[in-house]
Design a binder for this molecule. Structure first.
Ligand code: PHE
Length: 356
């Protein structure tokens, strides 16, 4: 067949191919090892010089024309196939969705979120500070003397500082009080949730645990504001109106007067729950910010007063959701997390009861 006739016949074959498989057969029949175009190319070798000079451009031109016609048809068939799939394949919304692996929210994160939300409603912002803290912010500025037992080695993790500034893993979130008062001018209303560290370990103590600090600095603040704030937050957190508080006189170097706060519990259906006052358990430390602490931050204690409190995030989680071993919080056991973890859509309630 002449190159011209072959092209006419191959063009017809290409036009007739209705899918990618058929088109591939046409390609092999033309350009494959035993293909018709390949045979013509091979025939060039046996021609004499004059015939070859006349035929070569036609045969090479044929190969190029067929190659590009095949490529164009391939694109067209692929596009047609895609439009067909788009037109026919639909998501059937009545079928059950495929199970996807889903994580859960750790109870500590859940409780921190709940507290952040409760205090946001009361107009508190969230403040943060470093977990590796200097001695001054963690102790000195908080009116904790060198000789205070909290500085003793068995409580505090010391880390190497630069010599001039001894460093510790913060033993409480109270240094965030100092950092906030130094950085902002009053009125101040913040909470500071975060990790703290103490060298202590048993069923209710882990070397790392979580605290939430609260600080209010303004004019004419008194203990009534403190009590109202604590009562409001604990009622909201435990989702009960019958939460009763007991303020016991206490001592913290950075508050004066100081009060430890207990919540009342009672037995419901054989379970100990927060609410009522059959017994008491301690949930936080608090007091009026010591004038010396206010002065240490460069504020005039005759003009500015305030209150502060500190509570344990893990402890609140245990009380609300009924876990009894704090160590399990940080073991990373997936079975524990699946049991106590929260779905991100869950609305938490007190259904778990209060731990022993
Ligand atoms: N920082 C104290 C502690 O860790 C708690 C506290 C905070 C007490 C603020 C009073 C005011 O025990």
């Amino acid at each position: 067949m002449s190159p011209h006739d072959l092209q006419t016949s191959l063009d017809a074959d290409i036009a007739a191919a209705t899918d990618l498989g058929a088109l591939e057969s046409v390609r092999v029949a033309a350009l494959g090892k035993a293909g018709s175009v390949t045979a013509l190319l091979k025939s060039l070798g046996s021609m004499d010089a004059d015939t070859r000079a006349a035929e070569a451009p036609k045969i090479h031109g044929l190969r190029e024309a067929v190659t590009s016609a095949l490529a164009a048809k391939k694109v067209a068939l692929e596009e047609a196939e895609l439009s067909k799939r788009l037109a026919t394949e639909r998501v059937d919304l009545s079928l059950p969705a495929q199970e996807a692996l889903r994580g859960s929210i750790h109870p500590v994160s859940q409780v921190m979120d709940e507290l952040t939300e409760i205090f946001a409603d009361l107009g508190f912002a969230v403040a943060e500070g470093p977990e590796i803290e200097d001695d001054w912010h963690n102790f000195t500025a908080l009116n904790i003397a060198e000789t205070h037992p909290a500085r003793a080695m068995h409580d505090t993790f010391y880390v190497d500082g630069d010599g001039a500034h001894p460093m510790v893993l913060r033993t409480h979130t109270s240094p965030v009080q100092i950092r906030t008062m130094m950085a902002q001018s009053p009125p101040i209303r913040i909470i500071a949730p975060g990790r703290v560290y103490r060298s202590d370990s048993d069923a209710t103590h882990t070397p790392m645990f979580h605290q939430i600090e609260g600080l209010v600095i303004d004019r004419k603040i008194n203990m009534g504001h403190l009590k109202w704030t604590l009562e409001t937050f604990l009622k909201a957190f435990f989702e009960r109106d019958d939460v009763v508080l007991r303020l016991r006189p206490s001592y913290f170097p950075f508050t004066e007067p100081s009060a430890e706060v207990d919540v009342g519990w009672s037995i419901e259906k054989g379970r100990r729950v927060v609410g009522g006052s059959e017994g008491w358990m301690e949930v936080l430390g608090s007091g009026m910010v010591h004038p010396r602490v206010i002065a240490n931050c460069g504020l005039d204690p005759d003009e500015w007063q305030g209150f502060a409190f500190g509570t344990g995030g893990d402890r609140l989680a245990m009380l609300k959701y009924g876990m009894d071993d704090l160590r399990a919080f940080f073991d990373g056991d997936l079975r524990w997390l699946r049991h106590y973890g929260f779905n991100f859509l869950d609305v938490p309630t007190l259904s778990g009861g209060v731990g022993a």
